[in-house]
Design a protein around this ligand. Structure first.
Ligand SMILES: [Zn+2]
Length: 179
C-alpha cells in the first residue's frame, strides 16, 4: 500500500493560537499543523521577545492571521455572555475563528492557557489544549460579581443574594491582559 493514501486520509490539523501561548519559552513552533490566529493577538503579547517571535512566525508563513465572520463573533459573544464568561474582544474572536473552522469541517485545536477561553471552548465543543504548566488551573483565582449591585462572590452563585440579578464571572485568567 502506498503512504500517500494514508497521508491524505489523515486530516490536516489547524491550531488556533492565543497570545498566552506565543511567548519565548513556548515550544509552539514545534507543534505540527497549520497555525492560525487573529490579528488582535499581536496587541496582547506580553513583551518584545514575544512580539519578535510572533513577527518571525508571521513572516516565515508559519503563522497566519485570519478573520472570523461577524456572524461567528456575535454567536460566540452571545454564548459566552449566556454562560457568564467575561471575555475580551480578542478572546471572543479567537474562539469564533476556532468555532468557524470547526463548523466548516476542519480538525481544529484551540491552544490557550486562558481558563475563560477554555471554558467557552468546552461549551461549544471546540477541542482545546493548554500549553504550559499542568497546574495552571490552581493558580487562577476566580470571582463572581453582580452586575447590578456590585456584590462579589468567591464561589459560583447563579443569582445575587441581594438583588436576584444573574451573577457574572470576573476572574482574571493567568496571562489575560487587563487594560
Ligand atoms: Zn446584586
Amino acid at each position: 500500500m502506498n503512504n500517500n493514501t494514508n497521508q491524505e486520509e489523515k486530516k490536516r490539523k489547524i491550531l488556533v493560537l492565543d497570545a498566552s501561548v506565543v511567548i519565548p519559552s513556548s515550544e509552539v513552533t514545534l507543534l505540527e499543523g497549520l497555525k492560525v490566529t487573529v490579528p488582535e493577538v499581536r496587541g496582547e503579547l506580553k513583551d518584545s521577545t514575544s512580539e519578535m517571535k510572533f513577527s518571525s512566525m508571521i513572516s516565515s508563513g508559519e503563522l497566519k492571521e485570519m478573520e472570523p465572520t461577524k456572524e461567528s463573533i456575535e454567536f460566540v459573544r452571545r454564548k459566552s455572555i449566556e454562560m457568564g464568561e467575561n471575555l475580551g474582544d480578542t478572546d471572543i474572536k479567537l474562539i469564533s475563528l476556532a468555532w468557524e473552522l470547526k463548523s466548516s469541517g476542519e480538525k481544529v485545536i484551540l491552544l490557550t492557557d486562558d481558563y475563560g477561553i477554555q471554558n467557552v471552548a468546552s461549551m461549544l465543543d471546540i477541542p482545546w489544549k493548554g500549553v504550559f504548566q499542568p497546574g495552571i488551573r490552581e493558580e487562577v483565582k476566580w470571582k463572581w460579581r453582580c452586575p447590578a449591585c456590585g456584590k462579589t462572590y468567591n464561589e459560583l452563585v447563579r443569582r445575587c443574594e441581594y438583588c436576584g440579578t444573574q451573577v457574572r464571572r470576573t476572574g482574571i485568567g493567568r496571562g489575560r491582559k487587563t487594560t
